[in-house]
Design a protein around this ligand. Structure first.
Ligand SMILES: Nc1ncnc2c1ncn2[C@@H]1O[C@H](COP(=O)(O)OP(=O)(O)O)[C@@H](O)[C@H]1O
Ligand SMILES: [Mg+2]
Length: 259
């Protein structure tokens, strides 16, 4: 049992990788709880074959405005965000979550923390605070894994969202820019004493050695590379992933090495 966070620059394939790693973990016999903490994602549930997303967990706490109010009170009494508590419950298991806020299907469950709904609705503090506490308090059984689709970039590290996480996997494209962000993720994960790995995604055929060389020169802890797979890209037009895509097999082989 592990809580795994998937991080990296926007568009590198975090959501794809959350799907592919979930499939790999299921194949290994684990039940997987997928947690969507990306306020901007609109289609992660669809990748998993769900037509509608569950009610956001934020609503269970009375909605974003209510959490914002609670946070303002806590701020004014001198508390700082990375330590603040907004969830009354103590530790809880996946099965303790109210049915409205979770979708379940065989050995898969899906939770979304919250989404941006309106312009000018305020900062991302409530999302960060709820995600951090949720990920810290949720407990896993022996045969369970939890995987988090994180917001792009590294702001969530500043909010301490990774506190309850065991393993952080940074996804990067072969570009220097996204490897730079992966490197930042690795550094921050290291400072938090979290296990950390990098997977390079969308690697063009024939460029493996070059990409590997650049990653090594940046001292990235690369555990594997996934090729650019036109089938994955094409299936994203429909908002789903073809389970026969070669990229899924590549991810399975990589994930086996860290279990
Ligand atoms: N290995 C791959 N080969 C081809 N296309 C990919 C691959 N991984 C991801 N993609 C495509 O890249 C785009 C961005 O992926 P996505 O998972 O949404 O990124 P992120 O969640 O990091 O923003 C999608 O169209 C997705 O289908
Ligand atoms: Mg995404």
């Amino acid at each position: 049992m592990q809580k795994i966070a998937i991080c990296g620059k926007g568009g590198v394939g975090k959501s794809f990788m959350v799907y592919a790693i979930t499939k790999a973990l299921q194949k290994k016999g684990f039940s997987v709880c997928v947690v969507d903490t990306d306020e901007s994602n609109v289609g992660l549930h669809r990748l998993f074959g769900f037509d509608v997303m569950p009610k956001p967990f934020m609503d269970f706490l009375g909605g974003k405005k209510s959490v914002q109010q609670t946070m303002i009170k806590r701020f004014s009494s001198g508390q700082n965000e990375p330590k603040m508590s907004v969830i009354e419950k103590g530790q809880f298991y996946v099965d303790d979550i109210d049915n409205e806020y979770i979708i379940k299907q065989e050995n898969l469950s899906f939770i979304t923390i919250g989404k941006i709904q309106e312009p000018m609705e305020g900062c991302a503090c409530p999302m960060g605070a709820v995600s951090r506490e949720f990920l810290e308090k949720i407990m896993l059984h022996n045969n369970e894994m939890l995987i988090v689709d994180m917001e792009a970039g590294v702001e969530h590290f500043g909010r301490g969202v990774e506190k309850g996480i065991d393993t952080i996997i940074a996804i990067s494209e072969p570009s220097r820019e996204s490897m730079g962000i992966a490197s930042k993720v690795v550094g921050l994960s290291h400072t938090m004493n979290k296990k950390n790995y990098v997977i390079i995604n969308k690697v063009p055929q024939g460029l493996e050695e070059k990409v590997k060389g650049i990653a090594l020169s940046m001292q990235l802890p690369v555990i594997g590379m996934v090729h650019h797979d036109p089938e994955v890209f094409i299936s994203s037009i429909d908002g789903c992933i073809d389970d026969t895509s070669k990229a899924l097999d590549e991810v399975y082989d990589i994930i086996k090495t860290i279990l």
